[in-house]
Design a protein around this ligand. Structure first.
Ligand code: SAM
Length: 349
C-alpha cells in the first residue's frame, strides 16, 4: 500500500491559522529545526527489525530525488530555520557519489551535518565524507558477537563495522555514536557488554527501543525492552546520572553519564516513554515526500512541485503545511494506532 498524500489537518486549521513567516512551527507550537533526509531506499543489509530478507522492490530511479532536488528542499528548509541535517536511508553510502551531496549540503551552511550508516562502506568513504563537510556519524551495530551480528543483519560482518568506526575517527570525525536496536530475547543479554564497549572506546552507545516499523511485521510489545530497564541493568553495575534534560534538549536520546567519568550512553524510548512533546524533526523520503513523523500515515509530496517549476515560496509553503499538520504524538500506545504503510528503510530512520 502506498502512502496517501494528505492535506492540512482540517480540525486544527479551522481553529488556528498557520503562520507563513517566522519559525517552522506546528499547530502545537513545536519549532522544527532538524531535517532527516533519506537519500535512497536501497540497503546492502537486511536487518530483521527493518527490512524483509528477500523480495524487496526498490523504488524506480526516476522516482528518487536527484541531488539538485534534495539540495533545493534542504536550502528552502534552511531558510525556514532548519539548522541540522542528518542523511539516512536505506543505506546512504550505497547511493553513488553521496559525498557530492554532502558537499552540496555543506555549502548551505547547516550548523550540524551528520549521517546514520550501517558502516559497511564507511571505512573507504570516511576521508572523502570528512573532506566534503560531514561533521558526525552514527553507526548501527546491534551486537558485539560476530555470529549474532550476522543473524540480526542477515548480511555483512561485525569486523567491517568495527573497523569502520576506527576509520571514521582516524579520518577526523568525533567519536562515533553507536546505534543498537534492543530486542528482547535477541540481544538484550548484551546490554552490559555494549555499555562496557562504550566505556572502553569513548563511543556513545545509544540503546533504541524496537519500534513497530519492521517490514516483516514481527514487532510485538513483548520484544520491546523499556529504556528504564536498560538503564537499571547498567546502573546496577556502573552507576549513571542524567546528562541531558528533555525539557531543553530535543534530541531523541536521553543521555546518561557514568558517575566514574568513563563516558556516556543514551536511550531512545520511542515506545515506552515517547518524547513527541519535544520533537523538532521532519523527514524527506528518497522519493520526495515530506513526513512530519516516523509514524505519520499521510505525507506531503514535494517531488511533483519540484519537477513542475514551483518557486521556493511554493516549496516553503508545502514544508510549512507538512509541519503544521503534525499530530500531537505518534500514538503507538493508543488503541487506534495504525502502523504506517512504509517500513523504516522506506521512510529513513
Ligand atoms: N542503513 C543505515 C543504518 O543501518 O544505520 C541508516 C538507516 S536505518 C533505517 C536508521 C536507524 O534506524 C538505524 O539506527 C536502525 O537501527 C534504526 N531502526 C531501523 N528499524 C528500526 C526499528 N524497527 N526500531 C528501532 N530502530 C530501528
Amino acid at each position: 500500500m502506498r502512502p496517501v498524500p494528505i492535506a492540512l489537518s482540517p480540525q486544527r486549521t479551522a481553529a488556528l491559522a498557520m503562520p507563513t513567516t517566522g519559525p517552522l512551527v506546528d499547530s502545537f507550537g513545536r519549532v522544527h529545526t532538524d531535517l532527516r533526509i533519506s537519500v535512497t531506499d536501497r540497503c546492502n543489509l537486511r536487518c530483521v527489525y527493518c527490512m524483509p530478507e528477500e523480495g524487496v522492490a526498490w523504488l524506480p530511479r526516476a522516482e528518487i530525488l536527484t541531488f539538485e532536488e534534495i539540495e533545493r528542499v534542504a536550502s528552502v528548509a534552511h531558510e525556514l530555520g532548519v539548522d541540522s541535517v542528518r542523511l539516512t536511508g536505506g543505506e546512504p553510502l550505497v547511493r553513488a557519489d553521496v559525498t557530492d551531496l554532502v558537499a552540496r549540503l555543506g555549502r548551505i551552511g547547516f550548523s550540524d551535518l551528520s549521517m546514520t550508516t550501517n558502516g559497511t562502506g564507511l571505512a573507504r568513504l570516511a576521508p572523502a565524507l570528512v573532506a566534503a563537510g560531514l561533521k558526525r556519524v552514527n553507526v548501527s551495530c546491534d551486537s558485539l558477537k560476530p555470529e549474532r551480528f550476522a543473524s540480526i543483519r542477515r548480511r555483512g560482518a561485525l569486523a567491517t563495522v568495527l573497523e569502520a568506526m576506527d576509520a571514521a575517527e582516524a579520518a577526523g570525525l568525533p567519536a562515533v555514536k553507536v546505534n543498537v536496536v534492543v530486542i528482547a530475547g535477541v540481544n538484550d543479554d548484551e546490554i552490559l557488554d555494549l555499555a562496557a564497549f562504550s566505556r572502553d572506546t569513548g563511543r556513545i552507545v545509544r540503546f533504541i527501543e524496537f519500534m513497530p516499523l519492521d517490514a516483516d511485521e514481527t514487532w510485538e510489545r513483548a520484544k520491546v525492552v523499556p529504556g528504564e530497564e536498560i538503564l537499571a541493568r547498567i546502573n546496577d553495575v556502573w552507576p549513571l546520572e542524567p546528562a541531558s534534560e528533555r525539557a531543553v534538549d530535543p534530541a531523541p536520546a536521553d543521555r546518561y553519564r557514568f558517575l566514574d567519568g568513563r563516558g556516556e550512553i543514551g536511550v531512545i524510548t520511542s515506545v515506552s516513554r515517547a518524547f513527541c512533546g519535544s520533537c523538532n524533526r521532519l523527514r524527506l523520503t528518497a522519493d520526495g515526500a515530506i513526513r512530519n513523523c516516523l509514524f505519520a500515515i499521510g505525507e506531503h509530496p514535494v517531488r511533483d512541485l519540484l519537477r513542475s517549476g514551483a518557486s521556493d515560496a511554493e516549496l516553503a509553503l508545502l514544508v510549512r503545511q507538512a509541519v503544521w499538520a503534525k499530530r500531537a504524538g505518534h500514538g503507538i500506545n493508543d488503541p487506534s494506532f495504525l502502523r504506517p504503510a512504509r517500513s523504516m528503510s522506506m521512510i529513513g530512520g
